[in-house]
Design a protein around this ligand. Structure first.
Ligand code: ACO
Length: 340
């Protein structure tokens, strides 16, 4: 269907449904101590993570199936049929194939036969990028109902031996989805947003495909191909600074104070990074949601998974002001401040 021009009347955007899906297998810190030289104490102290979920291809837990399960939950929550979707956007860096787009596999699995479908890749920031894009397409008037999914199975790109212990402990697998819908109330939807990148720092987080991908050839090792490479200390420093700056600049752009925001839904990368942001803005603990202890860093699924848990707990109501924030590979970072 060809989309028409922007409507004459301004319109807003509502989040009318959410859903999520976690793989069955729980990988605890105790399990990791049997695979590599590490300890529960080290992991909890440095990251706040106690356990994470790991997808199993044998159990049929592929990226598209996890994402489809999350989307079905969101559609049911929104009392919307798959055929009502005008567009489906999947944020992920771990789709099972390079072609077709993962969003097309998901649309096929849920039976969404009349929507456009494409993927967004911005690592851990991917979902917030996708949310901002989808919002603008709905507010612009061309699309009425849009599904936005964040899903990743990063466990297939980490090395569960002592050589990979700096990254393997961090990541878990998950999928989560939101349904966006146009409303006549222009006050609902994005209040302010940002999408940024520092591409000169791309080598701080990357997954090499070939020897040529290593910026420093002396770091090449065949065992590193297809495995996440991360300069943990550099990313940590970047994240602590960026999180706070991003929240501060988004608040300033919107003309609101941190205390006016009801919920901060932040990418769960490390409990210490989240705690630094919470302290910088003097936020009470219940305003900055944390689930990293149970699920680890779930990459693009992290932000929508937190939001789904908050929504199901009744913490998101009409008028609630919610700040979504994420950072990740690229390096990229993004914010999205919403009036629900
Ligand atoms: N168990 C025990 N010891 C370990 C482990 C482990 N799992 N991992 C590393 N160590 C050791 C190191 O070998 C090092 O030993 P050494 O001093 O003898 O060399 C020591 O612990 C300290 O290592 P650091 O890497 O400096 O540890 P740090 O305190 O920085 O914590 C961590 C590492 C948790 C990875 C931290 O740097 C971090 O969280 N960084 C941010 C990562 C992040 O947020 N990434 C998000 C983006 S991901 C994306 O976009 C896909």
């Amino acid at each position: 269907m060809t989309r028409g021009p922007t409507p004459a009347r301004p319109r807003g955007v509502r989040i009318v449904g959410s859903g999520s899906c976690l793989p069955q297998r729980v990988l605890t810190n105790a399990d990791l101590t049997t695979m590599m030289d590490t300890s529960d104490e080290w992991i909890v102290q440095r990251t706040g993570i106690h356990e994470r979920r790991i997808a199993s291809a044998e159990r049929g837990e592929t990226l598209s199936r996890l994402a489809a399960a999350a989307l079905r939950g969101a559609l049911a929550d929104a009392r919307t049929s798959p055929d009502d979707l005008d567009l489906l956007v999947l944020a992920s860096i771990t789709q099972e194939m390079m072609c077709p787009p993962g969003a097309c596999l998901v649309a096929s699995l849920v039976g969404a036969s009349r929507c456009g479908a494409f993927d967004v890749g911005a690592a851990c920031s991917g979902f917030v990028y996708a949310l901002n894009i989808a919002h603008e397409l709905v507010r612009g008037g061309s699309y009425g109902t849009v599904g936005v999914i964040g899903a990743d199975i990063l466990s297939k790109h980490v090395d569960y031996s002592t050589a990979g212990r700096g990254t393997a402990i961090l990541f878990g697998d998950a999928a989560a989805a939101l349904i966006l819908r146009a409303t006549d109330d222009p006050a609902r939807g994005l209040v302010a947003h940002a999408m940024r990148a520092q591409p000169g720092s791309w080598a701080d987080i990357f997954i090499p495909n070939s020897p040529a991908d290593f910026p420093d050839p002396s770091q090449y090792d065949p065992a590193k191909i297809g495995r996440l490479q991360m300069n943990g200390r550099a990313v940590f420093r970047f994240a602590v600074e960026t999180f706070s700056d991003l929240i501060g600049s988004t608040l300033a752009h919107a003309g609101v104070e941190a205390a006016d925001v009801d919920l901060f839904v932040c990418h769960q990368s490390n409990a210490r990074i989240l705690e630094a942001a919470r302290q910088r803005f003097g936020l009470p603990r219940d305003k900055l949601y944390v689930n990293i202890n149970r699920v680890g860093n779930t990459v693009a699924a992290s932000v929508p998974l937190c939001f789904d848990e908050l929504r199901r707990a009744g913490r998101v109501r009409e008028g609630t002001l919610v700040m979504f924030v994420a950072f990740g590979g690229g390096l990229t970072w993004a914010s999205s401040l919403w009036r629900m």
